[in-house]
Design a protein around this ligand. Structure first.
Ligand code: ATP
Ligand code: MG
Length: 348
């Protein structure tokens, strides 16, 4: 085993050696000047006493100096637990001390980078929120001002503008509700109301609700095969309905007119099922896939907005699935179609 010699010892030794060499030279010089060199024993005794005294003085002073300085650094940056700081370890083990400081600096660098990223994200988020709110607010304002400017006297226009303003208010309410849900999901405030329910029945119900919308776009909403036996799931029914509705509505909005949306349910291991929602629509380019679940992320902004989308849907979907400790995946081929799939726990 390699014995660790205190760095301060070697420092003190070399300083003492230099001083001793100087002292020997002085003693020899003095002897030579006075023509009477000192006795060898006297020189040896002086040098010995000087060596021991200088060595221990330098060693202890340096150690106290280093320890007090490093202690100050520890206190100032609250680096580590002060209880871990021992005089001996600081002065013997400079390498581990510098390694600890380096590690600390690296950790701080990572923290700073994360904070910077969060700051950019926050700024982007605020910009997106105000942008999304601006559009319906200005629409409502426009209709109300026109009504006040005299249009209110025309029965037909009054009715039409009030309806349009109401649409704007509904859009605002929808955005605020989505934002409220996202913030609850992100701060883990949302309580899941888990219950047992039949997934097939839930999906069939969504198909029925969306019948008008799908027939308007000529989209065929179907299961991949008949599911005659009920499939019991343990999850928050209302939230899972929200997930399925968003994914199916997306397939209608971004699928092609006259296309098909197929819902498939497969077994996934012993305890889970995998639900897939696939369309043969416009698809998504690979470069967009990593950011698809981010708040407000839209592939084609103008198209999505024209469809009344704010880009919050998939972010909510992912949060809900993750709150259930499950996963969601997307596969997509540009111009061919997209497939969103997520897992759910079966009732045993
Ligand atoms: N099935 C799909 N096919 C092609 N693109 C899709 C599909 N689903 C989602 N996208 C793209 O992902 C974007 C984000 O979808 P998301 O559901 O988060 O928002 P949205 O539908 O635009 O708005 P919201 O759901 O908040 O009303 C969409 O704007 C669209 O560009
Ligand atoms: Mg959506």
């Amino acid at each position: 085993m390699r014995i660790k010699i205190k760095k301060t010892y070697s420092f003190a030794f070399w300083c003492t050696a230099i001083i001793t060499a100087f002292l020997i030279a002085v003693l020899l010089f003095v002897g030579w000047v006075f023509g009477k060199p000192l006795d060898f024993e006297i020189i040896l005794s002086i040098i010995f006493i000087q060596f021991v005294f200088t060595f221990f003085t330098i060693q202890t002073r340096v150690e106290i100096f280093i320890y007090s300085r490093i202690k100050k650094i520890y206190e100032e940056v609250k680096l580590f637990n002060l209880g871990n700081l021992k005089k001996s370890s600081v002065t013997t083990d400079m390498e581990s001390f510098s390694a600890e400081v380096k590690k600390f600096a690296e950790q701080k660098q990572i923290e700073i980078a994360a904070l910077r990223e969060r700051e950019i994200y926050r700024r982007e988020f605020l910009g997106n929120v105000s942008h999304e709110l601006k559009t319906p607010i200005f629409t409502i304002q426009g209709y109300l001002l026109t009504l006040l400017d005299g249009a209110i006297d025309d029965d037909v226009i009054r009715e039409k503008y009030l309806h349009r303003a109401t649409k704007g208010v509904e859009r605002l309410v929808a955005i605020v509700k989505d934002l409220d849900l996202i913030s609850k999901l992100e701060s883990n405030e949302l309580h899941l109301d888990k219950e047992q329910f039949n997934l097939i029945e839930l999906i069939q119900g969504i198909f029925d609700q969306l019948e008008m919308r799908s027939s308007m776009r000529g989209v065929n909403l179907v299961f991949d095969k008949p599911y005659d036996v009920p499939l019991l799931i343990n999850a928050d029914k209302e939230r899972i309905e929200q997930v399925l509705t968003n994914l199916i509505v997306n397939s209608l909005k971004y699928g092609k007119i006259g296309g098909t949306t197929i819902v498939t349910i497969e077994s996934y291991g012993h305890e889970k099922v995998l639900v897939k929602i696939a369309d043969n629509g416009e698809g998504i380019k690979e470069e967009h896939l990593p950011r698809l679940f981010e708040r407000f992320y839209r592939v084609d902004k103008s198209r999505s907005r024209a469809q009344g989308g704010s880009g919050l849907g998939l972010s909510i979907v992912k949060h809900i699935i993750e709150a259930h400790d499950e996963n969601i995946l997307v596969k997509s081929e540009f111009k061919k179609g997209s497939e969103f799939s997520f897992t759910l726990k079966k009732v045993k």
